[in-house]
Design a protein around this ligand. Structure first.
Ligand SMILES: Nc1nc2c(ncn2[C@@H]2O[C@H](COP(=O)(O)OP(=O)(O)OP(=O)(O)O)[C@@H](O)[C@H]2O)c(=O)[nH]1
Ligand SMILES: [Zn+2]
Ligand SMILES: [Zn+2]
Length: 249
């Protein structure tokens, strides 16, 4: 188990030489392995289901407050009438993010994890079927899954998404790709958010980009501000291209 949050972490199944207390018995490893295998099987079923429906699913991962919900609010506005969007919101508590999304007029389901630090594939499966039952629901082209604010644990749980988008906001600093290699290593896209704050923080964009690409040379890196709209065109084109490719598949 992960000491800080109680969730199983594959990074704790290997041998290491530090002294703190872990249960490294093979039984623990077996339980974790089967838990991840069950999650992966459910994630595959989710992805197959999204493929059958011709929907693109994106998993948004970041620290709390990096701007995930704000990004979604502005993205929904920008793509209104063009792309049908649905949202699954994950938070430890409250349905505040879902209320913000609902106000934009798209179907949304709030999953509250009761304090847990990540979504898993089973929660996503349940959330998607609840979404389909929302009043006036029409099949979506693009499903956003806003994960629980956390840069560690969500990396270990495939939800059945097609792409994983990791966000770091300017006030958080440029060192996150180096500190969270698993998260950046499993992501497809890295969004540097709140770029309107660059004049006030020491955030060398090129350094952050370079660190991220060192961890994962395949990452697409974009910079944007939801407040000013700078950089939004590239983000929207990235979404449009994925939806178009899925429809053509
Ligand atoms: N200056 C600036 N502030 C922003 C921007 N985007 C979001 N914010 C602010 O950052 C704060 C957090 O934004 P949210 O969108 O709620 O962040 P989140 O990642 O959804 O947060 P959690 O769901 O709690 O993890 C809010 O006060 C937003 O107004 C931006 O582009 N520029
Ligand atoms: Zn955890
Ligand atoms: Zn949010």
């Amino acid at each position: 188990m992960c000491d800080s949050c109680g969730c199983p972490s594959p990074s704790h199944t290997h041998d290491h030489d530090h002294s703190h207390d872990h249960d490294h018995s093979s039984k623990t490893v077996d339980v974790h392995a089967s838990l991840f295998a069950a999650n992966d099987a459910m994630a595959k079923a989710n992805r197959d289901h999204f493929d059958e429906l011709g929907a693109v699913a994106l998993n948004l991962i970041s620290s709390p407050g990096s701007g995930k919900t704000t990004l979604l609010e502005h993205t929904i506005e920008a793509l209104k009438g063009e792309i049908k969007i649905g949202v699954i919101e994950g938070d430890p508590e409250t349905d505040r993010d879902a209320e913000r999304i609902r106000a934009k007029g798209v179907p949304v389901v709030q999953l509250t994890t009761g304090g847990a630090c990540h979504l898993d594939a089973a929660m996503t499966h349940k959330g998607f079927h609840l979404l389909e039952k929302e009043p006036g629901y029409e099949p979506v082209d693009l499903l956003f899954i806003e994960n629980v604010g956390n840069l560690v644990c969500p990396a270990s749980f495939d939800l059945g998404e097609h792409e994983r988008v990791v966000l770091v906001s300017v006030p958080e600093g440029p060192d996150k790709p180096a500190k969270y290699p698993r998260t950046f290593g499993t992501a497809h896209t890295f969004l540097i958010t709140k770029t309107d704050l660059l004049p006030y923080f020491d955030f060398p964009v090129e350094e952050a980009r370079g660190e991220a690409l060192k961890t994962n040379p395949n990452l697409k890196v974009m910079e944007l501000s939801s407040t000013t709209g700078d950089g939004f065109d590239a983000w929207l084109d990235y979404l449009r291209a994925m939806v178009k490719a899925k429809k053509a598949a």
